[in-house]
Structure formats: C-alpha cells, structure tokens
Design a protein around this ligand. Sequence first.
Ligand SMILES: Cc1cc2nc3c(=O)[nH]c(=O)nc-3n(C[C@H](O)[C@H](O)[C@H](O)COP(=O)(O)OP(=O)(O)OC[C@H]3O[C@@H](n4cnc5c(N)ncnc54)[C@H](O)[C@@H]3O)c2cc1C
Length: 422
Amino acid sequence: MTMSRVETLVVGAGQAGLAVSHCLAERGGDHVVVERGRVAERWRSARWDSLRLITPNWMSRLPGWSYPGPDPDGYMPASELVSYLQGYADSGAAPVREGTTVELIETCTTGLRVVTDQQTWLARNVIVATGTENRAFVPPVAGGLAPGVHQLTASCYRSPRQVPDGGVLVVGASASGVQIADELRRTGRTVVISVGRHSRLPRHYRGHDIQWWLHRTGVLDQRIDQMRDARSARRAPSLQLAGLCRHRVDLEALAARGVVLAGRLAAADGWSVNFADDLPATTSAAQARMDRLLRSIDAFIANALIANGGTATGSTDTLPAFTAPPGPARLDLRRAGITTVIWATGYRSAYPWLRVPVLDRHGEIDHRRGVTSVPGLYALGLRFLHRRNSSFVDGVGPDARFVAAHLTRRTASRACLTARGR
Ligand SMILES: Cc1cc2nc3c(=O)[nH]c(=O)nc-3n(C[C@H](O)[C@H](O)[C@H](O)COP(=O)(O)OP(=O)(O)OC[C@H]3O[C@@H](n4cnc5c(N)ncnc54)[C@H](O)[C@@H]3O)c2cc1C
C-alpha cells in the first residue's frame, strides 16, 4: 500500500467537507478530501425517495456557492441537493478521492497517520467531517420484538413500496418520523406513531417561512456557550415540518388523517408493545415551546416596528392549540395488523477508526468550535458545533471558515518555528 504526505486531510465529502475544502483552497492550503462513497453520499443513499429539504432553497448558502435557481422559497428534493453539492465540488475542482474509506487515524511523530482502504496518508492536519449520522440509534426496547416483526431505520426507509404489506408502527415524531408516518398513511395503511419529545411549529408565520424567522430573530445563530445545558441542546429534536408549502405534518394534522398517536414506546414483548402515558404531557410541552417561540417572533416584529414607526402587517397564521388525549397503553401488533416497525429515533456518534484521545465519555468528539485538544485534529458539521445551525447546509460555512483559518495559522506558526530552529 502506498504512503503519501499531505498538509491537510478532510474525511467526508458532504457539505461540511466540501465547504472546508473550498476555504482551504482559497487560502492555497494543500489538502485532499477522502470520501468512502461519492460526493454528498448521504443525500444519495441515506434519504427516502420523496424527501425534500425542510429548509428553503435560499438557505443553502455555502462559502462561494449559493442557490441560483428560480424558486428561492421552494424546498429542493434530496436529488437536487446532490446535484447542487456535486456542482459545488466541480466548480472548485475539489480534490475529492471518492471510494476511499478511512479505517484508522492515529498520531505519529510527524502529525497524524491516516490509513484508508486505498493508501496511507501522513497529514499535519485532519478534519473529521463525517456528519451526524454515523450510527442509527435503535432503543434497546427493540430487542423485545418478535423476530417476525419487520424492522428498519429511517435511514434505510425509501418508500411505502419497500415496506411489507400491513400496518406500520413509526417510533419517533421528529421531522423524519412524522414525514414517513404521513407518507405511509396516505397509501391507506394503518399507521401508529409513538411520540416522544418533539418540536411543533407552523411552516409559515406572519407571511414568512418559519425558517426565515428563526434566521431573522437570531435563533439559528445562537451559540453553544449560550445554552444552559449543551448536551441537551445538541440533542434537541428536529422540527415537525415537511418541505411542502401547504402540507402540515404536525401531530394534529396526522391524527386528522387517521394516524393513531401513542406515547413513548416503553416496552416490547413479542407482538405486544406498551406505551408510556405521557402523550398529553409531551404534546402540551411542545405546544408551550411553540407558543413561546411565536411570542418571541411577535416581540421581535413589535420592536422592529417601533424602531421604524410602522404598523403590524401579515396574518398571524399559525397552528391551532393542540394537546393530544391519552393514547393507547398497549397494542397487540398482530391484532392491529401491524407488520413493520420503523425506528425514526435519531443517530449516535461512532468513530471506531479514530484512535486519538479526543472522545468524551459519550463517544462524542470533544472540541471547542471544531478545534480538538490534539494539535492538528479538527471536527466540522457536528450538531451545535458552534451555532444552532452548524449541522445544516446553511450553517456550516462560518464554521468551515473558522477551522480553515485556525488550521492555516497553526501551519504558519509551525513553519515559522521550524525556520527559526534551523
Ligand atoms: C433526514 C434528514 C433530513 C435533513 N434535512 C435537512 C434540511 O432540510 N436542511 C438542512 O440544512 N439540513 C438537513 N439535514 C441535516 C444535514 O444537512 C445533513 O445531516 C447533512 O448530510 C450533514 O452534512 P455533513 O457534510 O456534515 O455530513 P454528511 O452529509 O453525513 O457527510 C459525511 C460524509 O462522510 C463520509 N464518511 C463517513 N465515514 C467515512 C469514513 N470512515 N471514510 C470516508 N468517508 C466517510 C460519508 O460517506 C458522507 O458522505 C437533514 C438530515 C437528515 C438526516
């Protein structure tokens, strides 16, 4: 196996890896990007067929790249985002080595040794940009289900056609869970959704997309050091939204379409499952969080109007107040005709190839703004890496710029020290 030297090696060619590659290229930094699949692999192979982004097209800004199309307020399908990111990589001739899997990263006397299935690299710097979906999380309760129950995770779900005939229990009611439950219900299947902590929001409010308000009011720019509990902020559920203009996927709308709402999945024994009696409490907590957020938007508008001497316009279109009644305590899957369980229960970190002491007790990369305690080792694209939107297409750019600048300064000061030592 050949051995090569490079100043900086980036692992992963999703939006984070491509953004930092662009920033390094701008600074003339020698680098390669290694990607086990193809550019934007997760958007190619870990998304369901009908998925559209829940962020509007204009919110796809990356360093030196932005949405050029005719529908800035629309929501692009995942396939369009693949072309968008491929175009980004091609525009700067990003040095991406596709089909190259990192198997080991360890420190060595000259910096970091990166073993891939193609070749070994000696790098001064490594940027881990492998995303937030390293491992789909399936709660231990899954182990109690009978072997005859078909199980799959949201990252493996493609379309209703792939799911065996019969009803479906979807576990998890964040963006993926509600969208998948809705799609399956619309094909006429029996669908039960098990609901845990979730984020209820209207798609539009006072004449704008809710994401526009989250951006304008600074919610997306909130920093991790402003959060009372960083770990819980990093685990906040994604929004119950779909990338469709007038189509609601909140729990009230799903229930109206015939989806059965249930509490958190508490136990499974063969074909029998038990739910916690927390549905009224979780839905009313989500309603309260939504009300608080919308009130803060109203206050923002009022302050802006006072400053400009204007009057309020735009309807206060929002979702009706919703607290779900208690759901079923127990469900016999066989009797209910349910053959499949889909786990839309999120992801966990997994870095089995990272043999560098930077993982905390939860297996997460310990860092400050992407800079780890191991000289030359950086991370990008993690949830709330620095700001709330750090793991979104639109949010990774500022982090990529910061990491590229930090790394370039480090390289320059090392070069300076080496020259002085001579
Ligand atoms: C269902 C879903 C919907 C989402 N919708 C939106 C949305 O609407 N708007 C938005 O802004 N964000 C959205 N996100 C969040 C975010 O934009 C995506 O998670 C995005 O894929 C993160 O980009 P990334 O570059 O950080 O990581 P990824 O896209 O995950 O890229 C990491 C890359 O690293 C590669 N890799 C991993 N391990 C190795 C290895 N050992 N060696 C080599 N390569 C490796 C992978 O193949 C992958 O291509 C969504 C996320 C999900 C899961």
